[in-house]
Design a protein around this ligand. Structure first.
Ligand code: ADP
Ligand code: ASP
Ligand code: MG
Length: 829
């Protein structure tokens, strides 16, 4: 059984794709249920409304638009000939009937639920005709079967409930013979027949229900619901951007989510198959090879207390209060009886143990009626002052937190409340079902989105549908920057072999645009892209590249719910806003780029804050000392209770190289030129000589130690004299030898004192100093040769004998290795 939702039938390309999916499965007996093309049901309901209000102009244009859209799709899908002519004729008939009906409505000006259903049913019938014709054109035997002949209901218009027994019989009688002949029946979803033989709809989203109903009658082996989402997610992705696919959940959990408003499933869709061992798969239309979510009777081990959450807005809270309720039996029963008589269904009830009040939620539209019926019921008590009255709070939402594993797991409710309290979200009422499958909280509707994000983060649901951190199976790397380091890293990622980890580069982004594949880019493709990029081809112009800003690229990538995305910043740009966006969408960050952390304090603080609020991690080992474990060492020391008082060291491979050459007798100008030739410097060596790069690294370290301020120019000594700063690069290089004599003198003077010159960064919690220093020839810093970095940690424990870390501090290979280490650390591998 396959059901295609509206979004999966948005245009001719989508219908063609649906046809491909059906054909792929049609070797087995296959039944297809379709929704109306995206937006059609809304448009038809619009027609009904407007016609009922006598608005003939709007009605005509709505109908014309729908008609041309369907005809266009038929023309694009079907080759000229008999099949196309038939389909177009059928579309024409349907629209002529619609127009006549709208005309009649306009005159009568009376819109009944029955006419509304009659109009709305046309959308599914149109799309089912189109899919049938397209399948036949593709050479698959298919037949349109109207739901009127299959789905029997109680006849409540707009909300019809199916009659299982009768439907089972019709389904078997009509569909089994077709299946036996290898024909694929195509059935319009959403509609059924009333006992009087009229058409009624099953409620919005009802095609899901049609699919499970037919599956029940046929004892289907499985149901695939093809939707525009990667599966059933831990939350609505439009509200919680880092929602994740839940690989499997129990039918009761899914039913609870659907009932409490998760828009992904019709609230009653699971009832027909309850207890029948027919698994349902919510599958991504855009990615048919992916498994999506399995909804079945299988109960996965209760490792994860909470699986998912959802919210239903538009609720009102009704409270009945009064001291006279204390110990008086029957108040609750009378309350709910009064509501029952009016057919008002209550979605959440809570009674405080003081029995001073009963409080429950109802749909806002019914609130006034509920209030009025209760005031009447308790008129006597109110008159005697035993009940104060019946109060309404409008604009509420119920957030439901769902998971079978909550049963018997202490602290789930507490975790929900502390997450909300931390965000200053007021909980108006709570209820926990006795099944302990669901905890519901009522909050003000305007805070419902934030409440969901907070709870989602509190249970770390973005770490794959569980209350605990589990080792990820998949991890998707997104490279921001595809220069030398990015290309080196991409190749390294392809070589990682860890049994529990499937690490892939899924996206690469440069200044021009991006290349992305949710399944991961193959090593071959990455190598080809790297080759192109090296030749100067921008990603926007690469095969399947798309032009975009970094923010647009991240937004696009985030619209695919990836399992465990890591955004890796390898640029040297101001990427803070792109990184923030990544965090908001549930990405962890790994940085080699210093700028976001070494800019104004507000910028870096905001990154850390967003990360904390979203439960994300930011690792940045490669921002200081390339692959050397400097930041890691800092964290290990502090975590073990040590206090780092000072970090001092050589943080520039370039300056290290130049200074050791000059000490060995090479003229300064020649040392700089050689460093340039060896690729140790930035294109303009003054960037290195000015000390700004070291200054940034020093600031990052200082901030780790708690340094509250900014980096002042005065804290960084520049090795570029004032007069040389404004020269062109060519002039600067030409006049470079003018500096040689002064450098010689400095070096000799230091040597006379048994010292050598080093460009040293010193940071403490209250100070940053970066500049040229003569250090004793016996000190660890003096022993450093060439482009190595060295850092000396002085801590409460390592005082007399400081902790020293030395090693290569520059180069694409070591930097990429440092970044890769961070990525693996996030993976927990
Ligand atoms: P169909 O195309 O089959 O009618 P729907 O539009 O009814 O599909 O359902 C998919 C939509 O449900 C998605 O666009 C998504 O925004 C929304 N949604 C809400 N909650 C969830 C959830 N927990 N998991 C997946 N999608 C959800
Ligand atoms: N087309 C109907 C709706 O939009 C039913 C469905 O899509 O399932 O609600
Ligand atoms: Mg739907």
């Amino acid at each position: 059984m396959h059901k295609f939702g509206g979004a999966s039938l948005a245009d001719s390309a989508a219908v063609r794709h649906a046809v491909d999916i059906i054909r792929r499965h049609a070797r087995e007996p296959t039944v297809v249920v379709v929704s109306a093309m995206a937006g059609t049901t809304d448009a038809l309901l619009g027609v009904a409304q407007q016609a009922g209000a006598g608005e003939s102009r709007t009605v005509a244009s709505l109908i014309a638009r729908l008609r041309s859209r369907h005809a266009e799709v038929a023309r694009a899908l079907l080759p000229a000939g008999r099949g196309r002519a038939d389909a177009l004729a059928c579309i024409s008939d349907i629209f002529e009937e619609l127009e006549a009906l709208a005309q009649g409505l306009r005159l009568l000006r009376e819109l009944t639920p029955r006419t509304t259903d009659y109009l709305a049913s046309r959308g599914e019938r149109l799309s089912a005709r189109l899919v049938t014709a397209a399948l036949e054109a593709a050479g698959t035997k298919a037949k349109y079967v109207d739901a009127i002949d299959l789905v029997h209901t109680d006849g409540v218009f707009g909300q019809a409930a199916p009659d299982f027994a009768r439907t089972d019989r019709s389904v078997q009688r009509t569909l089994l013979p077709l299946l036996a002949r290898g024909i694929v029946p195509i059935v319009p979803g959403f509609i059924g027949v009333t006992p009087e033989g009229e058409v009624a709809t099953l409620g919005r989203g009802g095609s899901d229900l049609t699919a499970t109903l037919l599956a029940r009658g046929l004892a289907a082996s499985r149901v695939s619901l093809w939707k525009d989402v990667p599966g059933l997610l831990t939350a609505d992705p439009r509200v919680v951007p880092d929602a994740r696919v839940i690989p499997q959940l129990h039918a009761r959990e899914a039913a609870e989510l659907a009932y409490y408003g998760a828009k992904v499933l019709h609230p009653r869709a699971l009832i027909p198959v309850a207890g029948r061992r027919i698994p349902i798969y919510v599958r991504p239309f855009g990615d048919p090879d992916s498994a999506g979510t399995e909804v079945s009777e299988r109960a996965a081990p209760g490792r994860f207390p909470v699986k998912a959450l959802t919210a239903a807005g538009g609720q009102a809270l009704v409270t009945v209060t009064g001291s006279g309720m204390l110990g008086v039996p029957g108040i609750a029963a009378r309350t709910f009886h009064a509501l029952h008589v009016r057919q008002i269904s209550v979605s959440l009830i809570s009674q405080a143990s003081s029995e001073h009040s009963i409080c429950f939620s109802v749909p806002e539209a019914l609130a006034a009626e509920a209030q009025e019926s209760l005031e009447r019921e308790f008129a006597g008590e109110i008159g005697r002052g035993e009940i104060d009255g019946v109060e309404l709070s409008l604009g509420m939402a119920t957030v439901a937190v769902v998971g079978l594993g909550m049963h018997g797991t202490p602290g789930v409710a507490a975790a929900v409340f502390s997450a909300l309290a931390a965000a200053k979200i007021n909980v108006v009422a709570i209820a926990q079902g006795s099944s302990e499958l669901n905890i519901s909280v009522v909050v003000e509707e305007r805070q419902a989105a934030e409440a969901q994000r907070r709870i989602h983060a509190a249970f770390q649901l973005s770490r794959i549908a569980g209350g605990g951190v589990i080792r990820p199976e998949r991890m998707e790397v997104i490279l921001l920057g595809f220069g030398q380091i990015g290309r080196t890293l991409a190749a390294m990622v392809g070589q990682v072999r860890r049994p529990a980890l499937d690490l892939k580069v899924a996206g690469i982004i440069d200044r021009s645009g991006f290349v992305f594949d949710p399944q991961g880019l193959s090593s071959r493709r990455l190598a080809a892209l790297a080759g192109e990029k090296k030749k100067g081809v921008r990603l926007a112009d690469a095969p399947r590249g798309q032009p975009a800003t970094a923010e647009e690229a991240i937004q696009h990538i985030a619209s695919y719910a990836l399992t465990r995305p890591v955004l890796v910043d390898l640029t040297a740009n101001d990427t803070a806003s792109a990184l923030e966006l990544g965090l908001m969408h549930g990405m962890d960050l790994v940085l080699a780029n210093k700028r976001p952390l070494a800019g104004r304090r507000g910028v870096s603080e905001s990154l850390w804050q967003t990360a904390r609020a979203r439960g994300r991690r930011v690792l940045h080992e490669a921002t200081v000392g390339a692959g050397l474990p400097i930041i890691d060492t800092f964290h290990k020391l502090t975590e073990s209770g040590d206090r780092v008082e000072r970090i001092e060291g050589l943080l520039s491979g370039t300056l290290g190289y130049v200074l050791s050459e000059v000490a060995a007798g090479t003229p300064f100008s020649r040392a700089v030129r050689t460093a340039m030739r060896l690729g140790y410097t930035e294109p303009d060596p003054r960037e290195d000589l000015s000390g700004m790069d070291v200054g940034r690294k020093a600031l990052i370290l200082a901030r780790l130690l708690g340094y509250p301020g900014e980096l002042s120019r005065a804290a960084v000594e520049s090795l570029v004299p004032k007069w040389a700063r404004s020269l062109s690069l060519v002039d600067f290089l030409r006049r470079l030898p003018e500096l040689d004599r002064a450098w010689r003198r400095r070096v000799d003077a230091a040597a006379a004192e048994h010292s050598v010159l080093r460009y040293v960064a010193t940071v403490t919690p209250s100070k940053i100093a970066v500049g040229l220093r003569a250090v004793p020839a016996s000190s660890p810093l003096a022993a450093i040769k060439g482009s190595d970095n060295q850092l000396v940690f002085t801590t409460a424990r390592y005082k007399a004998n400081p902790l020293v870390i030395t090693g290569p501090g520059a180069g694409a290979e070591v930097t990429a290795a440092g970044v890769l280490n961070d990525i693996l650390r996030l993976a927990g591998a």
